[in-house]
Design a protein around this ligand. Sequence first.
Ligand code: AMP
Length: 280
Amino acid sequence: MIVFKKALLLHDFLGQKRKEKITIGFVPTMGALHDGHISLIEKSLDDNHLTICSIYVNPTQFNDARDLEKYPRNVTGDIEILCTANCDVVFMPSTEEIYPAGMGKLKEYDLGHLEKILEGTSRPGHFQGVANVVARFLEIIRPDRLYLGQKDFQQVRVLEQIAGRWETEIVVCPTRREATGLAMSSRNKRLNGVQRKNAAGIAKSLLFLQEHWREKDLPSMKQHTIYRINSIPEAQVDYLEFCDAVSFKIIHDWNSASKIVCVTAVRLGDVRLLDNVLLN
Ligand code: AMP
């Protein structure tokens, strides 16, 4: 595995590789790697000749400075995990490499309604930060395929809006879960043992919903699921909504979309967890 820290060196390396007519798969991450990330790497290894994983904790997508500070970091462990997974290249840039003009000079992307609902309103500026960092990565790497997790459903819709200009295909990979059902996340490392056990109740509530949603109307199902999650010790639902899985517009009755996703953000202690399920 080759480790790059400089954008220009990586860009040149990939330019040479591309002459061999190979396909490049790219997996952007913020490190503290777990099996969810590795499932994306494995998919990319299956689909492409060369797989690149980036590790960069992007400051511009954190609207809360304390959250950025507390974000788990484990570079040595991450490199070992990527080596074991047979990843070809890891890109670990500094902030100067990603934001050469400084972090105060972000591009403004038109993300439409996506930044005005759910994660967009709960975390002002978050998706502009995500769009900026991924755009910069796509500019440097120009991958054939970009691998993203369904766990961050709204983020996938945001990145679909911007990836087109690089002719990069987006591949969405299913959420990998712990045996308890809890969606794997770097943030789970901040939960204590009891919280981690309790956090499984979020996925359980969503899986119950997936099986029973047709039995009641949408508002009743929504109320029931929020009540269930809020009954978990220390848990507080930030939002729980049903969206058209294609347009990602919030819906209020089951007939408003042919494919429906339920998305939620839950605070458990001081850790904010995301999860979602497709209902049909
Ligand atoms: P992050 O490091 O949290 O920014 O995540 C990097 C990528 O991994 C994103 O595309 C996430 O959606 C994806 N990802 C995170 N957790 C999981 C999971 N449990 N299963 C599948 N993909 C995931």
